[in-house]
Design a protein around this ligand. Structure first.
Ligand code: NAP
Ligand code: F7E
Length: 331
């Protein structure tokens, strides 16, 4: 009999790759999406006949309990969150409610409907923030630098606490930045890839960015959803750092992206303080030894391959789009 999985945040970048991954493994897949007045299912439209979509919201416990009673999943992947760091300063309460307390709502619903359900929490390297050591492992202390990072630290601790209090199979995956052509346009990698494509096609003349010196450990989202699944297939629940173990600056990402289309980035990039953050995370670098040794997880896509794939997909997408869509760009 097929295993049943419920994915919250299925309309997001990771939700769409995880749904594809689980379907390929033979799972019966159910996804939760919050209700919006306009459609936001672009990343999963190609899968719509292969899984079941439900409405539900991490702000509403009753919707979570009802959904779990209806679906009765073997595995829950809690990917839903307000995930854009700058918005967490503008909407700190909302971010805490969804990204922090939302985890407790989901865990508690699982506890009361069927505590044998396996639970994955999408934790983040943003919890390390102003890093206490480098590289960062499962033992590195947290020092979050944004309301988002603080909310994720809460989500991590409550996941560990429910595991230890109630014996639940609950895992916290501490994932470093992972990107793809499906990344939201506001995140720096997709913003760069999309702008490079637009400039190459003559649709734009410049790219305005913030801190070019920030460094991240960037991998491909398709590799990272595999790690989520692996965590839920072990004999015992645990927490894992997932990253490549390589760090690159925003400037390096920019250089490779422009170079890929034969342009000199210095002619197009403008540094705009509007994109600086009230408190920056200067650098993040994973020590993924535990994930490699215990899960057998290794990333398959290199940094350069990721950058090129993102630029190429945006070039293809823009070249086949209607003129109206081509005018849409991120502020
Ligand atoms: P994403 O593209 O922003 O997706 C987030 C999803 O959460 C969207 O489907 C969104 O729905 C949904 N959502 C937001 N608020 C909700 C609510 N109140 N109730 C139900 N659903 C809600 O993020 P992602 O990049 O796929 O990341 C997936 C998860 O991993 C997130 O929790 C993120 O914080 C975490 N994470 C991401 C990274 C990364 O580098 N990508 C690294 C570490 C951790 P709408 O479509 O309606 O907005
Ligand atoms: O910023 C710098 C910015 O917004 C990366 C989320 O998925 O990963 C993500 O969070 C860096 C920062 O991602 C611009 O200051 C420069 O240092 O792409 P980002 P993030 O903040 O690292 C973690 C792991 C998550 O969990 C989050 O959910 O790039 N940067 N110039 C810029 N960033 C943006 N967005 N825009 C710029 O113009």
């Amino acid at each position: 009999m097929s295993k049943i999985a419920l994915v919250t945040g299925i309309s997001g970048q990771d939700g769409s790759y995880l749904a594809e991954f689980l379907l390929a493994k033979g799972y019966e897949v159910h996804g939760m999406m919050r209700r919006t007045s306009t459609k936001s299912s672009g990343r999963i439209d190609h899968l719509k006949d292969k899984f079941t979509l439900h409405e539900g919201d991490l702000l509403d416990s009753t919707s979570l309990t009802r959904l779990l009673e209806q679906v009765r999943p073997d595995e829950v992947y809690n990917l839903a969150a307000q995930s854009f760091v700058p918005v967490s300063w503008e909407q700190p309460i909302f971010t805490s409610e969804v990204t922090g307390l939302g985890v407790t709502r989901m865990l508690d619903a699982v506890l009361h409907v069927d505590k044998s359900t396996r639970f994955y929490q999408a934790s983040s390297s943003e919890m390390f923030g102003k890093v206490r050591e480098s590289p960062q492992s499962e033992a590195t202390p947290f020092y979050p630098r944004s309301p988002y990072g603080v909310a994720k630290a809460y989500g991590h601790h409550i996941t560990v606490n429910y595991r230890e209090s109630y014996g639940m199979y609950a895992c916290s995956g501490i994932l470093f930045n992972h990107e793809s052509p499906r990344r939201g346009l506001e995140f720096v990698t997709r913003k760069i890839a999309n702008a490079v494509a637009r400039i190459k096609l003559g649709l734009d003349e410049e790219l305005r960015l913030g801190n070019l010196d920030a460094k991240r450990d960037w991998g491909h989202a398709r590799d990272y959803v595999r790690a989520m699944w692996m965590m839920l297939q072990q004999d015992a629940p645990d927490d894992y750092v997932v990253g490549t173990g390589e760090m690159h600056s925003v400037r390096e990402f920019v250089e490779i992206a422009f170079d890929h289309v034969g342009l000199d980035w210095q002619e197009y990039v403008v540094v705009d303080p509007k994109f600086y953050r009230p408190a920056e995370v200067d650098q993040l670098l994973a020590n993924p030894t535990k994930a490699r040794e215990k899960l057998g997880w290794v990333p398959k896509v290199t940094f350069e391959e990721l950058v090129r794939e993102m630029v190429d997909k945006d070039l293809d997408g823009l070249a086949t789009k209607k003129p109206l869509d081509m005018k849409l760009k991120v502020a």
